[in-house]
Design a protein around this ligand. Structure first.
Ligand code: BEZ
Length: 400
C-alpha cells in the first residue's frame, strides 16, 4: 500500500514538473499510436510493402517524433480483403488503442471501415485506397486522402490521350472491382467527350494471372483500335505487361496506361517489355525537384532499391500526419484542432505541390511519363505535367 502511494506520488510529481517547470502537458509523456493497415500478401503485396517503407522512412527522418511526442506504428495486414477491414481496424482501436489510422491500398477495405472511423471520431489518413465516395458522397471530417480518388488522374489522362497523343479508338482493360471501373470511367469521360471511341471494355478478375484470353480479344481488333488503356497494379501489372509483349501487341497497339501498370517498383521485373510504354501518374522517381532528389537518395540508401508511386504516398502520408501534429504541438487528444491542422497542410512533396481540396482529397500534378532504359536500368522519364488536378477536374481547368 505504501509503495503504491509512493509510486502515485512520483508520477504526479513528474507530471506536475512537466506541466509547470517545462511547460509540457502531462499527456505529452504518452506516445502517439498510429495504426497502419496494408496488404502484405496477395496481388497488392508490393503496394503494401512500398507504402510501409515510405511511411517508415519519413518517421525515421524525424526521429519518430512529432509535436514533442514519440510516434509508434502498429501494423495490420489487411491481405487486401475488404471482409478483414473491420476486424483489423477494431483490433487496432480496441487492443492497440491507436489514436489514428492510416495506410490502406484496396478501396473495398477503406469502404469497409468508413463507418467505424466516423462513429468513433478517429482520423483516417488514406495513403492509397481511391474509392471516390470517401471524399465524395460518403465524405467525413475524419477522412483524408493523400493519394488520389480513383478516376481523378484518369480524367486528365483521357483528355491527354485524345488531344496530345492522338489516340482515337481504344480498348480499356482494368480489374473487375470498384477501383478498376472508377478509373476506367474517369479515363473514358474526356476521351469520349473529345470524340474518341472506346471499342471494347474488358474487366478481368483482380487476381488474373493469365491475360492470354483477354489479349487474344485485343489482338482480334486488328486495325479497329489504335491504343489500349489499362489499370493493373502490383503482380497483375507484371503479368499484363510481359504477356502484352509475348502476344506481339507491344509494337502494333501502343499502351497508354495509368502509372501503376508500369510503376518504377515493378519495372525491373518487366524488363524490356515495358520500354516505350507511356503512362500518367502523380509520381516518377526521375522528377527533378529538391524534395524528390532527397527522397530518392534516402530511400535508396535505406532500402537499396528505387521508390515507386506507393513508396511516395506512404512518405507523404507520414509527413502530412507529422506536420499536423507539429501544428497542434502534439495535442492529438484535441481531435477538432488536429483535423483543422490536417486540412491546412501544404508543402512541396516529391511529386510536386501538396494540398487538400475542400473534401479532404489531395490536389495533384499529373505527370506524363515514358519507360526508358538508361544505362541498363529502367525508369519513367517525365515528358509533360498537368498541374493542379483535383477530383472534379475538367479540361476547362487547363491553362492554355
Ligand atoms: C484501389 O483499390 O483503390 C486501388 C488499388 C490499387 C491501386 C490503386 C487503387
Amino acid at each position: 500500500m505504501r509503495i503504491s502511494r509512493f509510486r502515485q506520488a512520483v508520477m504526479v510529481t513528474i507530471a506536475l514538473l512537466l506541466v509547470f517547470a517545462l511547460g509540457v502537458p502531462a499527456w505529452a509523456a504518452r506516445p502517439i499510436r498510429i495504426g497502419f493497415m496494408a496488404p502484405f500478401v496477395g496481388v497488392y503485396t508490393q503496394l503494401g510493402e512500398d507504402m510501409d517503407r515510405g511511411f517508415k522512412l519519413y518517421l525515421d527522418e524525424i526521429g519518430n517524433k512529432a509535436g514533442g511526442r514519440e510516434l509508434q506504428v502498429f501494423l495490420e495486414d489487411t491481405e487486401g480483403k475488404p471482409e478483414l477491414g473491420p476486424t483489423k481496424a477494431r483490433k487496432l482501436l480496441d487492443n492497440d488503442k491507436v489514436d489514428l489510422l492510416s495506410g490502406i491500398v484496396h478501396s473495398g477495405v477503406a469502404i469497409s471501415i468508413r463507418d467505424i472511423v466516423v462513429e468513433r471520431k478517429v482520423p483516417l489518413i488514406l495513403t492509397n485506397a481511391g474509392a471516390p465516395a470517401l471524399t465524395g458522397k460518403l465524405k467525413s471530417p475524419y477522412i483524408f486522402r493523400v493519394s488520389f480518388a480513383n478516376g481523378q488522374q484518369d480524367l486528365a489522362g483521357g483528355w491527354y490521350a485524345y488531344h496530345k497523343l492522338g489516340f482515337r479508338k481504344m480498348v480499356v482493360i482494368a480489374p473487375d472491382y470498384s477501383a478498376g471501373h472508377d478509373k476506367a470511367n474517369g479515363f473514358m469521360k474526356y476521351f469520349k467527350e473529345a470524340g474518341g471511341t472506346v471499342v471494347e471494355e474488358i474487366y478481368p478478375p483482380l487476381s488474373t494471372n493469365d491475360f492470354g484470353p483477354y489479349l487474344t480479344k485485343i489482338a482480334d481488333q486488328g486495325k479497329a483500335i489504335d491504343g489500349v488503356w489499362s489499370f493493373f497494379s502490383g503482380s497483375g501489372s507484371i503479368r499484363l505487361v510481359t504477356q502484352y509483349e509475348e502476344y506481339g501487341l507491344k509494337d502494333s497497339v501502343p499502351f497508354f496506361v495509368i502509372g501503376d501498370t508500369v510503376d518504377d517498383a515493378v519495372l525491373p521485373s518487366m524488363k524490356d517489355a515495358a520500354v516505350g510504354v507511356k503512362s500518367y501518374h502523380h509520381y516518377a522517381d526521375t522528377l527533378k525537384n529538391p524534395e524528390n532528389e532527397a527522397f530518392v537518395k534516402a530511400y535508396v540508401a535505406k532500402y537499396k532499391t528505387k521508390p515507386g508511386i506507393f513508396s511516395e504516398q506512404g512518405y507523404v502520408g507520414a509527413k502530412v500526419i507529422a506536420m499536423a501534429l507539429e501544428a497542434v504541438k502534439g495535442d492529438i487528444e484535441n481531435t477538432d484542432a488536429f483535423l483543422a491542422a490536417l486540412r491546412k497542410v501544404k508543402f512541396n512533396a516529391p511529386r510536386g505541390p501538396f494540398a487538400f481540396d475542400e473534401s479532404q482529397n489531395v490536389i495533384l500534378p499529373v505527370h506524363i511519363r515514358r519507360v526508358d532504359k538508361v544505362g541498363g536500368t529502367y525508369q519513367n522519364t517525365v515528358l509533360d505535367t498537368i498541374p493542379d488536378v483535383d477530383q472534379d477536374w475538367s479540361p476547362a481547368k487547363m491553362k492554355k
